[in-house]
Design a protein. Sequence first.
Length: 413
Amino acid sequence: MSAAALTQGTGRDARIIALVAAAHYSSHVMQLALPPLFPILHSEFGVGFVELGLVVAVFYTASGLGQALAGVLVDRYGAHRLLIGGLATLCVGIALTGLAASYWILLPLAALAGLGNSVFHPADLSILSHRVSERRLGRAYAVHGLAGQLGFATSPVVVTAVAAYMGWRIALIAFGLAGLAVAAVLYANRDMLAYGRRGEAFAHASPTPRRTRYLGVIGSPVVVMAFGYFALTAFAGTGVQTFAVTALTSGYELALGAATLALTAYLVGSACGTALGGFLAERTGMHHRVAMGGMPVVSALMLLMTGVPALALVILPVMAIAGVANGVTAPSRDVLIRRAAAGVGMGSVFGFVYSGFDLGSCTAPLLFGALLDHRAPHAVFLAIAIAFALAAPTVMQVRRRIAPPAPLPGAAE
């Protein structure tokens, strides 16, 4: 390959990665636009935090239910169409929330925004898998993951700052309009994101009914285990991000500032681990070892947390290393799923397995909340350790390739 062609290919890949990362960043910003405003909405609408929590539950339920369907639509109609449409829908839902006259209007708007949010993982990862060069795929997945983490990190700070100066309604409307601007940029560059779908074996004409082929794919052991992997890691991750601070302050006698710093160390470590994992994914063929190797490390460190003395100097490095170990697995994990799903409809597979994230995120608060209500903060880290440990062996199954669905008996060869 000539130097000019190589430079052109690098520039094309960088542009595609940047566009997809911008969409993923925007989706994570929108996901956390509303929760930081709950104290304001609590007074504005005169409702309790349980009712406000229901808004978030409706959002993630709609997102989880829609994600598997979004994967099928990605394979049928094109990932770039779903990505642009989903981002626009999500942003319209957030912007309209800023115009809500009562609490009850928030619920259908949350469902609308959740449906828009459902498209991102199947659409994003399908575009990257098809449009980015194989040698840069690990880096692409790493940037995609980092963009989402940055979205989570910046959203609460920005939305509360805008709300403090201009009001919560203006903040939400501004967030929605900013997201629509990103959707407009994606639309203007849609040719960069589009790819032909005729090469997908899953989309080929076949005597086997489409529904049978789809069920055959998502029912395969590889996909089921991948779904379990995402559900378990999301369950554990929700426990860390949502309940670690409370567990550390109540069970380890740490000051709120020190506990928050420990969570920050975990999140920063996870971001650094994701960046490192991107380079590892491009330089090794043993992706299953990278993806599986981090899980026992995180599990062991979380287990250590159940008996560690309440010393911030000990907890900080433990949490930081745990974050690195968790983050480093993500790019190799996505490469494994991409390779396993090649030829059977990547959008359908990515959509189904990533819906495990929503399942884990929805169920985790019930258990961890119960543990804290029963004054068992150390058990929070024990449950997190168990979930990470159970996720490790699923990777060995995910490393295998999904077999194409067999034709129905009597079907033409």
